[in-house]
Design a protein around this ligand. Structure first.
Ligand code: DAH
Length: 379
């Protein structure tokens, strides 16, 4: 067997010439230096170190050389490839550092900027207070009943025992709505028979006509009167009405219910008092006061501790109440021999004013979120 041929003629391989290898290396180094970002460098990397790059192709030629030439060429190509990959790593590190520095600037977050450019809103405190009061009664078994804001005069006044020339009709400063009679005649002014309801009491009559007693309903809603908007009046406001009709209800039930309501809303030591008054739809009727929730009555006769909220009277007027007038029961088809009832009603704006120290009612209607937001998001 012959020994391996270690002395065949050297073969000239163009790609392996020193100046060729140098050129390939220099081109690679120049391409890396010219790469302006990591994407360009990735392309240059493939072109100059990939499987089909000039240096890789040259490397493949080495195998065909005789031993001495193979060693020299191998060393030359190896060194060149080493320099290329070192230059690549250096440029890679430079470009990454540049990118990181740029990202830090471009994606910097100013943590002092306001975090809520579109701030979330809040529900209007009148709405949440109405719901809160209604919930007190719902938890006692009452149902919520609603009626229309554009109301028949009959429900707003007649069914509630306001006789046509009753002075109380004038006290309610009514908005009349244009209407049409059955034969198509347009009616205007106070002949139309249609009003914007002046109170939530017509829901009492609607409920009694709709349902058989026992009836226990709470009726929150919007009401209208021809008042000018000022610090203590608004032509559109809100009331809550309560109606209970059952066998054997008395004024004591009314008083207990009122006490429970103010205790649920203002604290367990709260109480109410009733003062005689007149409403056509209740008999007897009363004005209902609650203990001043600020001084709890302690300012009365105590000049050392005056109370601004109740003007040192110890009580705050909340609304009207009484036993449902039997005439109302009759008008709504309920037998007054069998059933009796109590009712009360009050304004939510007023309650919001003294419960939250709101001094000007206009704040409640102007729609400025700076008024609403501090009440928070109560659901
Ligand atoms: N509807 C009356 C008003 O707006 C308030 C009122 C008084 C309601 C007595 C009642 C009541 O249910 O019994 O002035």
């Amino acid at each position: 067997m012959s020994a391996p041929n270690k002395s065949y003629d050297p073969v000239e391989v163009e790609a392996l010439k020193p100046e060729e290898i140098e050129r390939m290396r220099d081109e690679a180094l120049a391409a890396f230096a010219a790469a302006g970002d990591l994407d360009e460098l990735a392309h240059a990397k493939v072109a100059h170190t990939g499987g089909t790059s000039p240096l890789a192709l040259a490397n493949r030629e080495i195998g065909a050389l005789p031993p001495q030439a193979k060693a020299e060429a191998g060393k030359r190509v190896g060194q060149a490839r080493g320099q290329v990959s070192k230059a690549l790593a250096t440029r890679q590190a430079e470009l990454e550092a540049e990118r990181d520095a740029r990202v830090l600037v471009e994606e910097a977050v100013d943590v002092t900027l306001p975090y809520d450019r579109t701030p979330s809103g809040a529900r209007h405190p009148l709405t949440t207070l109405m719901e809160r009061v209604s919930d007190v009664f719902v938890s006692m078994g009452y149902e919520v009943a609603e009626g229309p804001e554009v109301e028949a005069e009959w429900f707003n006044f007649d069914a509630l025992n306001f006789v046509p020339d009753h002075p109380a009709r004038q006290t309610q400063d009514t908005f009349f709505v244009q209407g049409t009679t059955a034969d198509g005649k347009v009616t205007t002014g106070d002949e139309s028979g249609i009003v914007l309801r002046t109170h939530t009491s017509p829901v009492q009559a609607r409920t009694l006509i709709d349902r058989e007693p026992p009836v226990y309903v709470v009726c929150p809603g919007r009401v209208y009167r021809t008042d000018e908007l000022d610090a203590t009046h608004t032509p559109v406001f809100h009331q809550i009405e309560l109606l209970a009709v059952d066998e054997g209800l008395t004024m004591a039930d009314l008083k207990g219910t009122l006490d429970h309501m103010v205790q649920a809303l203002f604290g367990p030591d709260m109480k109410t008092r009733l003062r005689p008054n007149f409403f056509p739809f209740t008999e007897p009727s009363a004005e209902m006061d609650m203990l001043c929730y600020v001084c709890r009555g302690e300012s009365v006769g105590n000049p050392e501790r005056p109370c601004r909220t109740c003007s040192s009277e110890g009580w705050i007027e909340l609304g009207g109440c009484g036993m449902v007038n039997p005439k109302v029961l009759v008008a709504c088809g309920v037998d007054p021999q069998k059933y009796s009832g109590f009712a009360f009603g009050f304004g939510i704006e007023r309650m919001l004013m003294f419960r939250h120290n709101v001094e000007d009612m206009r704040d409640m209607v102007e729609g400025d979120v700076r008024f609403t937001r501090p009440f928070g998001m109560e659901i």
